[in-house]
Design a protein around this ligand. Structure first.
Ligand SMILES: [Zn+2]
Length: 586
């Protein structure tokens, strides 16, 4: 990596982990910690825990853990330097880079993004002022795009020319092709990918341009839309158009509207619903859901959800459950785009979102509406069609509520419908294994762990009460060893082996509630007891007077460090003796 180490530390120190995490989930103060619902796995009760002072988090559900940099890496899908840059930017820290060793992939991405940014600006300028963009400007005006909107969404115009952009950019062939901005033709000359099209630049969540969607002007040859192909910068299944602008509105409303077109996103923004994003020429994917989950618990589909079909429906139910997102369907008039409605009847568009129905309710409603219910046969057929839809849903409780609705509409006995549903094909199974929270894995809560918690969270309270020799468990001893030299938790973690680091990262977000004196007495008595048994055994093999004296002293001392009423002086003597012994035996 290319960022100077010192600067990484500065960024870490300047960052308030609680503030960073709060942008993605609600945190609540509990004792010394902050807790919330884990953003990395689906859960109903909070297992995500933060130690604000040390800037570390740990999830008891999925064992996700780390510091602010790790968190930003995971949640923003960035690499290490990218996450440091992201945080540095927030903290107003200017980073210094080492000349050598900068990650090649990173450098490469930077060059591609730079070329994309120049292309966005160049296309945008062309649309605003070039004479050959007159028709495009006229078309956009008829669609309700004034200058402000064109500027806000950085719309552009790709002139009807073979290589106008390539001649401006003057980038190497591989940059031109890897950005999807152009290609090298058979005569070995650079050629533009887009010509004669209005361009909608597509940005990633960070606001970096990664692709374009290009719309042809009415009356011209060619497919209506042409999008950038997949590239090192651009994966269709992950990117949502508009998220860079709308994420704040999505968090605020706790709702994301998902539509299909770039102009739909802009149309929603136009009527004050600044929370719409669009898939870029693909169906909604699990990646999209995972991304949206970071910002909201509710997704409203503003496209023809019926056309998405049964396979899509089953996936939606799985994702609803796995990501705890409610999926609803906007109440749009059939055959009308949100973009059109935004211009012709903005109030209707707003009410379409306000009146969205749960996804299953929408599908059942469609099935009921499609059937004839004026004859007994018709009612039975309609009920069967509706039951088939209901059967897709994984939850018993949800299914049952819709059965009541179908029974009512088709004038049938709900129990008969239930029986019928039970006989039918079983609904698809619930959550993909990967999305299931891992078992909590809490270890037995013993005195050694209590002692480590104190050593981690209240080191001043345990002072010289503890020593490595008190830990019988090798892993616990390793953690204590790593803590002993002091320093920040990051320095401590750096000198840990992975298993010790894992345990430490969990302890750091727990509570240190035990009484230090009590814990020290329990551990000292236990360690002394182990030493006593060793000496006894040795003495049985070959008797030694000096050893016998030690045994007698130990027996007496152990009685005096009874946890309920320990003599601090004797405990200190015992501890000193135990560590001496340990040094002697190596
Ligand atoms: Zn988790």
């Amino acid at each position: 990596m290319g960022i100077v180490d010192e600067d990484v530390v500065r960024v870490r120190d300047a960052t308030d982990l609680v503030a960073v995490v709060s942008q993605h989930l609600q945190l609540k103060r509990v004792g010394q910690r902050w807790v919330g619902l884990c953003p990395f796995h689906a859960e109903k009760s909070p297992s995500f825990s933060i130690n604000a002072e040390q800037g570390l988090y740990y999830c008891f559900g999925c064992q996700a853990k780390g510091d602010a940099i790790t968190f930003v890496r995971e949640i923003e899908h960035l690499d290490f330097p990218g996450a440091v840059e992201w945080l540095a930017n927030k903290a107003g820290i200017t980073l210094r880079y080492t000349d050598t060793g900068e990650n090649e992939g990173r450098k490469r991405r930077k060059r591609l993004v730079e070329a994309m940014s120049r292309a966005v600006d160049w296309y945008h300028e062309r649309l605003l002022s070039s004479p050959d963009a007159k028709e495009a400007r006229g078309y956009l005006r008829t669609r309700g795009f004034d200058g402000d909107k064109v500027r806000e969404f950085k719309l552009g115009w790709a002139p009807d020319d073979w290589d106008a952009l390539a001649r401006f950019l003057k980038v190497p062939d591989d940059v031109l092709t890897d950005t999807g901005l152009g290609f090298v033709n058979r005569r070995n000359r650079q050629q533009d990918a887009f010509r004669g099209r209005v361009l909608f630049p597509i940005f990633d969540v960070q606001g970096e341009p990664v692709a374009f969607g290009g719309r042809i002007l009415p009356g011209h040859e060619g497919p209506k839309y042409k999008n950038s192909s997949e590239s090192p910068l651009y994966a269709k299944s992950k990117v949502l158009y508009g998220l860079n602008w709308m994420k704040a509105g999505i968090v605020e409303a706790d709702e994301a509207i998902v539509c299909e077109g770039y102009t739909d996103v802009i149309g929603f923004a136009d009527v004050g619903l600044r929370r719409a994003v669009a898939t870029c020429g693909t169906a909604l994917t699990e990646e999209h859901f995972r991304t949206l989950k970071r910002y909201t618990h509710r997704v409203v589909l503003a496209f023809d959800a019926d056309a998405a079909g049964q396979a899509a429906a089953e996936r939606f139910y799985e994702w609803e459950k796995a990501y705890e997102i409610d999926v609803a369907v906007a109440d749009l008039p059939p055959g009308v785009d949100p973009a059109d409605l935004a211009r012709t009847d903005p109030e209707r568009l707003v009410s379409a979102i306000a009146g969205a129905t749960p996804f299953l309710g929408f599908r059942v409603g469609r099935a009921l509406a499609a059937g004839a219910v004026d004859t007994p046969e018709g009612r039975a057929r309609t009920a069967e069609a509706a039951l088939a839809v209901i059967a897709e849903h994984p939850s018993d409780l949800v299914r049952d509520q819709y059965i009541m609705e179908v029974a009512d509409r088709c004038r049938l006995d709900p129990d008969r419908l239930r029986a019928q549903l039970a006989r039918g094909p079983a609904p698809r199974s619930e959550i993909p294994p990967s999305a299931r929270p891992a078992p909590a894995g809490l270890p037995r809560d013993n005195a050694e762990l209590d002692a480590l918690r104190l050593a981690v969270l209240r080191p001043e309270a345990v002072g010289d009460l503890l020593d490595e020799v008190l830990f019988e468990d090798e892993l616990h001893a390793a953690v204590f060893r790593a803590l002993a030299p002091g320093g920040t938790m990051h320095e401590v973690l750096d000198r840990c082996d992975p298993r010790a680091a894992e345990l430490l990262q969990r302890l750091v977000v727990e509570e240190a509630g035990a009484d230090p004196e009590n814990v020290a007495s329990v551990l000292t008595a236990a360690a002394a007891g182990r030493a006593l048994r060793r000496l006894d055994a040795a003495n049985r093999r070959s008797f030694d007077v000096e050893r016998s004296r030690q045994i007698a002293w130990l027996k007496l001392a152990i009685e005096q460090v009874d946890p309920d009423d320990a003599d601090p002086e004797v405990r200190a003597q015992l501890l000193a003796w135990l560590s001496e012994q340990a040094e002697e035996t190596g």
